[in-house]
Design a protein around this ligand. Structure first.
Ligand SMILES: [Zn+2]
Length: 596
């Protein structure tokens, strides 16, 4: 049996051996290319495969070609396992062997939003053609392609004809929410779903050199079939950022132009406001926080893309444009894979000793580049529904002009890299996520005192309506205090000398854009656990004041200066309680500590 130890070189291997094998077999049947038509091809380019049709297609492909392997890669919320299909011309499928031989890895993720099915179909055609040796002369010896056929399996099983209200085909498709109605493209950090945990394990194991997440976009109308969202250069940082901007992106944009699929940077309408509701005067790059696939990939020095085909363009053109883009990245890797791997290595090395880390960002409105944008004139006409003015893109008035594209982000807040964080072992949910993401940790062998910086949560706000299963926190203010704390044997020491430094900092610094604090992991410290009875505490407070002249003077002054305080007995007792040793130290104490 091949490949039953796919994960064996990771510390998680033991959990996976035994569930890996789906349909691999030792002898392959002789390939019959004609029998590998996709649903897209047999339906006159109008339909997309159901989950079962897609899996059956790859099962057959795996049986027929020894350069294809389909694997099971852990659980999803749907109850079905996540699949990964790999193509390797030399039939090398062990990741350590792939890396050792200098081959690059492309990972393609499909159906994160199953209604956006273009990539599902494009990937099937791509893998079939690669398997059959039809790759238009592109040398595939050193490129390994890995495809997740359906990431959101629960959503793919939930087929309908209506939920993509503005989309021009296919006839039927899956639903955006997963089996528990999570949007998986917000779950890469908080990992509420089994899908996200399985994905992270898979991603860390493959350590892909390029990553593509396929989508279909809502938003403004323009001439392009496909827009491309890519890793934000300033967030990617290091030597990789320059390589993306100067070599990779120009190659891909040119390839698409040469193949009749000219594309534009993702037309992000989030930054647009009322007086400029269209992209026709320019637009800003999307802030891809780590909760999103490309933002997550960037934390680990993998350049990520979201292909966003335009909802109003016919389905067949969208599938074909996505297919062309997948091929553009393969050609790039074939020609430049080794160079990209080198740049990733340099980037991984650089982050180990990088001292300042941005944790929040904002668009730099003073820096832009002019790009050619092929749009449609926007007009405001009378609405036949509301009687008010409505936005209308006039397709009879196409234009091509230079517009500003704001693609630089500047640091809003940053932190210095600590020597380490210490995580008390009780926070096993945090430890689990660090382990899944292959963060190196050590456990204290004995109880040990450390001089640490402790954060006190001074204030925060919380969203009023639920977002992805959470009421997240924002505008968090903290204060810092140097403390000596004795940690217990078994607590976790997380050194910040690793390639995963950015992931560690962006999750553990409470003010970071997608921190675990923001996503409610530490809400228990935001609630006071012990209280007091006023009539008993009166006597304690009296003693406290007589033994502590400094506190007494502050207390008296406060009463003089604040009449409301002077009138409020409860507030006064509360003040003294908070300044007494009875007040609990854990309240508002961020439970992860920095060793500077
Ligand atoms: Zn999408």
């Amino acid at each position: 049996m091949k490949n039953s130890t796919f994960y064996s070189n990771t510390i998680f291997g033991v959990f996976f051996i035994g569930i890996l094998l789906f349909c691999s077999c030792e002898t392959k049947e002789s390939p019959d290319v004609e029998s590998f038509k996709t649903v897209f091809e047999t339906s006159e380019k109008k339909e997309t495969a159901t989950y079962q049709e897609g899996i059956d297609f790859y099962t057959k492909l795996d049986k027929a070609y020894s350069n294809i392997q389909m694997l099971g890669m852990g659980d999803t919320d749907s109850g079905k396992s996540l699949h990964l299909v790999m193509y390797s011309q030399e039939e090398i499928f062990q990741i350590t062997d792939i890396k050792k031989s200098g081959k690059s890895i492309l990972l393609i993720n499909n159906a994160i939003h199953p209604g956006e099915a273009d990539g599902v179909e494009a990937s099937m055609m791509l893998m079939r053609d690669l398997a059959a040796g039809k790759h238009n002369g592109v040398d595939m010896k050193d490129v390994v392609v890995a495809v997740i056929p359906f990431y959101n399996i629960g959503g793919a099983l939930n087929r309908n004809k209506h939920t993509r209200a503005n989309q021009n085909g296919p006839v039927e498709y899956g639903f955006r929410g997963n089996a528990r109605n999570y949007d998986l493209n917000r779950d890469f950090i908080k990992c509420d779903t089994k899908n996200a945990k399985s994905f992270s394990r898979l991603f860390q194991h493959l350590d892909p050199d390029l990553f593509i997440d396929t989508h279909t976009s809502n938003g403004a109308d323009y001439q392009y079939i496909l827009s491309l969202l890519y890793s934000q250069k300033d967030k990617l940082g290091g030597p990789l950022s320059q390589y993306q901007e100067e070599k990779l992106l120009p190659f891909l944009f040119q390839y698409m132009k040469d193949n009749s699929s000219e594309m534009t940077p993702y037309v992000n309408m989030w930054g647009q406001h009322v007086h400029n509701p269209t992209p026709n005067e320019g637009f800003e790059q999307f802030a891809d926080y780590p909760r999103y696939s490309t933002g997550y990939a960037a934390l680990f020095h993998t350049i990520g893309f979201m292909t966003e085909t335009h909802m109003l363009k016919p389905y067949d053109q969208r599938v074909e444009a996505t297919h062309a883009f997948l091929k553009s990245t393969i050609q790039f890797l074939s020609e430049n894979g080794k160079e990209l791997i080198e740049h990733r290595k340099k980037s991984k090395e650089a982050v180990k000793s990088q001292n300042q880390f941005a944790i929040t960002w904002e668009t730099d409105t003073t820096d832009h580049k002019d790009i050619t944008f092929k749009g449609y004139e926007a007009e405001f006409i009378d609405s036949k529904v509301t009687g008010k003015k409505r936005l209308y893109y006039n397709r009879d008035k196409p234009f091509s002009k230079q517009v500003p594209y704001y693609h630089t982000f500047k640091t809003k807040q940053s932190v210095e890299r600590p020597t380490a964080y210490i995580i008390p072992q009780g926070w096993h949910n945090i430890i689990e996520l660090l382990e899944i993401n292959q963060v190196e940790t050590t456990r204290l062998e004995t109880d040990k005192e450390f001089e640490v910086t402790a954060y006190h949560i001074q204030s925060y706000e919380t969203s009023r309506s639920p977002y992805e299963g959470h009421y997240f926190h924002f505008n968090t203010e903290i204060s810092k205090q140097e403390k000596n704390i004795t940690f217990r044997a078994g607590d976790y020491y997380v050194p910040l000398n690793q390639t995963r430094n950015r992931y560690i900092i962006e999750t553990l610094e409470p003010q970071a854009e997608d921190s675990f604090f923001k996503w409610n992991f530490f809400d228990t410290v935001l609630q006071q656990k012990e209280h007091y009875s006023s009539y008993v505490f009166e006597d304690v407070a009296e003693e406290l004041l007589s033994n502590n002249p400094e506190l007494k003077s502050t207390f008296e002054k406060k009463k003089e200066q604040e009449p409301a305080f002077a009138e409020n007995a409860r507030a006064q007792l509360n003040f003294l309680y908070k300044n007494s040793p009875h007040y609990e130290p854990a309240f508002m104490q961020y439970p992860i500590f920095r060793v500077e």
